[in-house]
Structures are given as structure tokens and as C-alpha cells.
Design a protein around this ligand. Structure first.
Ligand SMILES: Cc1cc2nc3c(=O)[nH]c(=O)nc-3n(C[C@H](O)[C@H](O)[C@H](O)COP(=O)(O)OP(=O)(O)OC[C@H]3O[C@@H](n4cnc5c(N)ncnc54)[C@H](O)[C@@H]3O)c2cc1C
Ligand SMILES: *[C@@H]1O[C@H](CO)[C@@H](O)[C@H](O)[C@H]1NC(C)=O
Ligand SMILES: *[C@@H]1O[C@H](CO)[C@@H](O)[C@H](O)[C@H]1NC(C)=O
Ligand SMILES: *[C@@H]1O[C@H](CO)[C@@H](O)[C@H](O)[C@H]1NC(C)=O
Ligand SMILES: *[C@@H]1O[C@H](CO)[C@@H](O)[C@H](O)[C@H]1NC(C)=O
Ligand SMILES: *[C@@H]1O[C@H](CO)[C@@H](O)[C@H](O)[C@H]1NC(C)=O
Ligand SMILES: *[C@@H]1O[C@H](CO)[C@@H](O)[C@H](O)[C@H]1NC(C)=O
Ligand SMILES: *[C@@H]1O[C@H](CO)[C@@H](O)[C@H](O)[C@H]1NC(C)=O
Ligand SMILES: *[C@@H]1O[C@H](CO)[C@@H](O)[C@H](O)[C@H]1NC(C)=O
Length: 480
């Protein structure tokens, strides 16, 4: 706690910078009070700011758009520290250069995914894949391993071929595939812990047309059978997302009622150039006429992901997203579903509404902190991962319910982590356990060595990073 004298000093400091700034994530449950919101004009101004703050050892949290479900993206609250604490956004860094000769795009950290996709489309370019929504800042999405679905498709970070990053002294490093390929494996998914990334260069490709096929399936409470069937479908379709099973909260029985049907979509490249009609039905977050069999054709971006206007509802939700070797998928999914049902009697808080399971796949990679890193895979595993997501959606934004569901969500990793070699999404309810992190991310020591070089005074860390990654040298980061 700050002393009264210090509190006065902090008030004066706030006055000097305008005013204190309270940070919130997208659903307002992750929050912190910082001394100011800093949005530098360009890379040079960012470097200057860092250089000035280095002497004071100020806490600095660089943020994207705050579309996370846990405490990864939050500042050190100014009630906990005597040092200045800032939220930094690089939203003003908006330069962009398309290089069609080598099919890359280089752009400033200010670009959001949605704006970047539009820019690419205008240039006859495309991504190979994207997440379901485009609400993130591009660097923010990359830095946590955001992904779409496809057994032979990498996450967004896997297309990064170079970047520029400022360390805590404001010194610039240029990291790229050609000059320091090994370091790039640390920086592709950096969790905001390795410095402020000011620019990225990504590999793109020519306009990619996809055919999307959506099918409605019958649900059954024989989960073992249901997921075996899905595992089989994943062998037949390279890019496929399953939305289901769905459950609705039954207030009378205080339990989840299985909806009789659910749906899935798969995508395949097509030569059909006539009509582009996937935007007629985004079906994001259950919005739209989803449980319907149809096909549509579109550019990859619009065929797999939806822009902000495609999102119709935003109630609180708790969510887990776990990556595990695909060989374990059918058994794991059945056990996850049964484990969830065993938790139901403890879901006493009001306003539960819907629970949706979602399933995807992803090709493994070599980024040090990638949830689908292949460094600890035993023999006999293909390096393809299944992704099991569970969303607990409320009908009303009540914090008690959200926190209760989050507590229960945390239990899945303890239950299944070891058995299925599970890695949680960094920005979706990742429980703090550094022993576990080290086991699943064998390159963690290398990552932490770079972290120390980039941030010797522990200015970029917060409670989440210290706990999750076991950054023991930063244990006293609040007071050092
Ligand atoms: C509704 C919804 C749908 C989602 N759908 C998907 C999905 O389909 N697939 C999926 O994988 N994920 C999905 N996510 C998760 C989301 O993609 C990630 O949480 C992503 O990291 C959010 O990006 P952001 O810019 O909003 O993040 P933030 O939380 O603001 O930032 C994420 C991280 O990036 C760091 N960072 C940001 N900018 C910089 C910078 N310039 N330099 C260095 N570090 C930086 C931050 O410090 C932080 O550690 C979804 C989330 C929501 C809320
Ligand atoms: C985030 O941090 C706050 C404050 O320490 C804590 O109360 C909350 O439970 C944390 N949330 C999650 C999802 O870990
Ligand atoms: C980093 O920046 C500081 C201050 O700007 C400078 O004194 C130092 O020499 C730089 N270090 C390196 C390795 O360039
Ligand atoms: C689902 O069940 C209905 C009958 O209840 C049947 O007509 C339909 O063919 C089934 N669909 C699938 C995909 O098995
Ligand atoms: C598209 O057409 C080309 C040239 O005819 C062919 O080689 C390719 O296999 C076709 N692709 C698909 C997905 O049909
Ligand atoms: C999209 O267009 C194709 C080709 O005309 C058509 O077969 C399909 O039904 C359309 N899909 C939707 C969702 O309208
Ligand atoms: C998962 O399911 C299998 C087969 O039903 C069972 O033998 C096993 O004990 C379960 N494992 C866990 C961790 O629940
Ligand atoms: C949220 O639910 C809890 C538990 O029932 C209740 O005590 C609280 O008043 C609710 N809060 C709001 C704002 O409705
Ligand atoms: C960390 O997680 C592992 C695996 O779930 C568990 O065995 C261990 O007890 C946990 N440690 C702590 C400190 O929670």
C-alpha cells in the first residue's frame, strides 16, 4: 500500500500526465489503475519514452485490444507500487507496406486484425487462416498464439517472418528469419514480455477462395461415440470447426440440457469464382441462422472469420481453450464433457444461459511459447493438435456468476493436463503454475533468458507473467 505522502506524490504525477487511466479488458472483469495511458506517435517516441522510464524502473504494460479472458493483459495497479505504472498502446503506428515480390506485408503495431484483412483484400492478398473474430490488434493476437482451424495450418504467429522490438531501455532489435531465425521463435509468441513490438512482417498469399460446407448433426449423450465420429471427420476434412454440443441452462432442474442438434463447417480451396456469399451468414457466437445445412463460397478471410458487425451478442462469458495432441482427442473430449457435467451441481450462481463446446485442429510449430509447440511430444505423435473450447455464456452480466464459472474452468487443467499433454491458450484462463509451464514448454528457460536481456529491471512483467512463467528473478518486481 502506498503511504499518504506517496499517494500525494502520485496524485501530482497524475496531474503532470493528465490523469490516471483505468484499464479494462473487453468484458470489464480484468482491470487495473495506471498512472496514464501512453500512445506514442511513432517508434522513435516510443523508444524515448522507454529510455526515460528505464531510470525510474516504471511498470509498463503494452496492450492491444484487450480481448482476453484472464490476467495476462493488465498493468501493475498503482495501489500496489510506488513506481509509476503505465498502459502503453502503439495504436498510432499505422504505416504499412505491401511487398508483392516476396509476398510479405510489413506494418506498424497499430493495425487491428479487421483493418489489416480489408487492406489485404484490397491488394488481392490473403491470409492462409484466421481466428473466428477479427476484434484483436494484430500484434496482440499474434503474441498469444491466436489461431483458426486446420490440421495442416499454423497459428497466426507462424506466418511472422520478421519484426522490430524495443527493449526496456528503448533499444531497437530487428529480428527476422534471415538473420536470427532462432530468436524469432521466441519473439513470435512473446506474451508482451519481451518488449514493445513496433512493426511486424508477415507472409501472405494471393487471394484464396474457399468453399464452406455446413452440416447439422444429431447430438447424443453417448459422448464417447459422438467424439469418435468427430475424430473420424477430422481425418476427412483438413479445415473443420465443430460448434457443439450445445447445452441450455434449465432453471427448473438446475442443470444443462443437451440440445438435440449441433453443427460443423469445413472449408476447402475452390476454383469457383462466381459468387462470394459467406458473409450472408457469419454465425459467430451463435449469431445467425446457424443450425442449417448450406454451402457458400468466399475469400478465405470472409469464409472463416467475421468482422465486428457480424457479432450480435456480448454477454459475459467464461471460457477455456485447451490444445492437446490430436491422438488423444476423442477420449479427452468425452472426459472433458463428463467432467463438466460433474461440476454442474456446483454452478449455483444465477444467470447461466448457454454452454457451447467448440472443436478445432492446428498444426504444431516451433515457437518457444506456442501452445502447440512440439518440443515435448513423445514418439508416435503426429504434431497435429486438437483444440477443445468450452464457453459458459450468461444471460445477464453478473460478476458472481462469471467468477464462479471461471473457478470451475480452472479445474480442467489440473484434471486433464498431465494425462493429455494439455496446453491452455495464454489469453483464455491459463492457471498459474510455473512447474507445469516448464514441463509443457521446454524452451521456457531460453525464453526467460531473452526476457532478462530485454527487461533487466522487470518493468514489463505483471503478476500473471511472474507466476505463470516462474520468473523468480522478478519475484520482488513490485518493490525493487
Ligand atoms: C470474443 C473473442 C473471440 C476470440 N476468438 C479467438 C479465436 O478464434 N482464436 C484464438 O486463438 N483466440 C481467440 N480469442 C483470443 C484472442 O485472439 C487473444 O486473446 C488475443 O491475444 C487478443 O488480442 P488483443 O490485441 O485484443 O489482446 P491483448 O490482450 O490486448 O494483448 C495480448 C498480448 O499481446 C501483447 N501485446 C499487444 N501489443 C503488443 C506489442 N505492440 N508489442 C508486444 N506485445 C504486445 C500484450 O501485452 C498481451 O500480452 C478470442 C477472444 C475473444 C474475446
Ligand atoms: C485476476 O486478478 C485478480 C486480482 O488479483 C483476481 O482477483 C482474479 O481472480 C484474477 N482472475 C483470473 C481469471 O485469474
Ligand atoms: C541501450 O540504450 C542505452 C540508453 O539509451 C544505451 O546507454 C546503451 O548503450 C544501449 N545498449 C545497447 C546494447 O545498445
Ligand atoms: C438426425 O436425426 C433425424 C431423426 O431424428 C434423422 O432424420 C436425421 O437423418 C439425423 N441426421 C443425421 C446427420 O444423422
Ligand atoms: C483449380 O484449377 C487448377 C487448374 O485447372 C487445378 O490444378 C486445381 O487442382 C484446381 N483446384 C481445385 C481446388 O479444384
Ligand atoms: C451461395 O451461392 C452458391 C452458388 O450460387 C449457392 O449454391 C449457395 O446456396 C449460396 N449460399 C448461401 C448461404 O446463400
Ligand atoms: C478418460 O476416459 C477413459 C475412457 O473412458 C478412462 O479410462 C480414463 O480414466 C479417463 N481419464 C481421465 C483423466 O478422466
Ligand atoms: C449477482 O448474483 C449474486 C448471486 O446471486 C447476487 O448476490 C448479486 O446481487 C447479483 N448482482 C447483480 C448486480 O445482479
Ligand atoms: C502444478 O500442476 C501440476 C499438474 O497439474 C500439479 O501436479 C502440481 O501440483 C501443480 N503445482 C502447484 C503448485 O499448483
Amino acid at each position: 500500500m502506498a503511504s499518504p505522502k506517496l499517494a500525494l506524490l502520485l496524485v501530482l504525477l497524475h496531474a503532470a500526465f493528465g490523469s490516471a487511466y483505468r484499464w479494462f479488458n473487453w468484458q470489464f472483469e480484468v482491470t487495473c489503475e495506471s498512472d496514464a495511458y501512453i500512445a506514442p506517435e511513432n517508434e522513435a517516441a516510443t523508444a524515448k519514452f522507454l529510455q526515460e522510464q528505464y531510470h525510474k524502473g516504471s511498470h509498463i504494460k503494452v496492450v492491444g485490444n484487450g480481448h482476453g479472458f484472464g490476467n495476462l493483459t493488465t498493468c501493475v495497479d498503482n495501489s500496489l507500487t510506488e513506481k509509476p505504472t503505465y498502459i502503453v498502446s502503439l495504436t498510432n503506428l499505422k504505416h504499412l507496406k505491401v511487398n508483392k515480390a516476396d509476398m510479405t506485408v510489413t506494418f506498424g503495431a497499430g493495425w487491428d486484425v479487421d483493418d489489416l484483412t480489408e487492406e489485404l483484400k484490397d491488394n488481392g492478398l490473403s491470409f492462409n487462416h484466421l481466428g473466428v473474430e477479427r476484434v484483436q490488434n494484430f500484434v496482440g493476437a499474434t503474441s498469444t498464439g491466436t489461431h483458426g482451424s486446420g490440421s495442416n495450418i499454423g497459428n497466426i504467429a507462424s506466418q511472422v517472418v520478421g519484426l522490430r522490438v524495443l527493449d526496456s531501455q528503448g533499444n531497437l532489435s530487428v529480428i527476422d528469419k534471415k538473420h536470427n531465425a532462432e530468436e524469432l521463435k521466441a519473439f513470435r509468441i512473446s506474451l508482451g514480455a519481451l518488449g514493445l513490438i513496433t512493426e511486424m512482417t508477415i507472409q501472405v498469399q494471393p487471394t484464396l477462395l474457399m468453399k464452406k460446407t455446413t452440416k447439422v448433426l444429431n447430438a447424443t449423450s453417448d459422448y464417447s461415440k459422438m467424439y469418435k465420429d468427430l475424430a473420424q471427420l477430422y481425418k476427412e476434412h483438413e479445415r473443420m470447426t465443430v460448434w457443439g454440443p450445445h447445452f441450455n441452462w434449465d432453471a427448473d432442474t438446475q442443470s444443462w440440457a443437451l440440445e438435440p442438434t449441433y453443427f460443423l463447417s469445413w472449408w476447402e480451396p475452390t476454383n469457383y469464382t462466381d459468387v462470394r456469399n459467406c458473409t450472408l451468414n457469419y454465425c459467430a457466437n451463435g449469431c445467425g441462422d446457424c443450425k442449417k445445412e448450406y454451402i457458400c463460397y468466399d475469400e478465405m478471410i470472409d469464409a472463416v472469420s467475421c468482422p465486428p458487425e457480424g457479432v450480435c451478442a456480448r454477454e459475459f462469458y467464461a471460457e477455456i481453450e485447451h490444445f492437446l495432441p490430436i491422438e488423444y482427442y476423442a477420449e479427452a473430449a468425452a472426459n472433458y464433457t463428463l467432467f463438466q457435467q460433474a461440476q454442474t451441481p456446483r454452478m449455483k450462481a444465477p444467470y447461466n444461459h448457454q454452454m457451447v463446446f467448440q472443436h478445432r485442429t492446428l498444426r504444431g510449430d516451433d515457437a518457444y511459447m506456442s501452445p502447440v509447440n512440439t518440443y515435448n511430444l513423445g514418439p508416435g505423435l503426429s504434431g497435429v493438435f486438437a483444440i477443445i473450447e468450452i464457453d459458459w455464456i450468461q444471460e445477464y452480466n453478473n460478476f458472481t456468476t462469471l467468477w464462479q464459472n471461471q473457478e470451475l474452468a480452472f479445474e480442467f487443467l489440473t484434471q486433464f493436463g498431465e494425462t493429455y499433454n494439455v496446453r491452455p491458450h495464454w489469453n483464455k484462463m491459463s492457471p498459474p503454475n510455473a512447474t507445469y509451464t516448464l514441463e509443457k514448454f521446454p524452451k521456457l528457460p531460453e525464453f526467460l533468458a531473452i526476457q532478462e536481456r530485454q527487461d533487466p529491471k522487470c518493468q514489463f512483467v505483471n503478476e500473471f507473467l511472474v507466476q505463470q512463467l516462474g520468473i523468480t528473478r522478478c519475484a520482488g518486481f513490485l518493490s525493487n
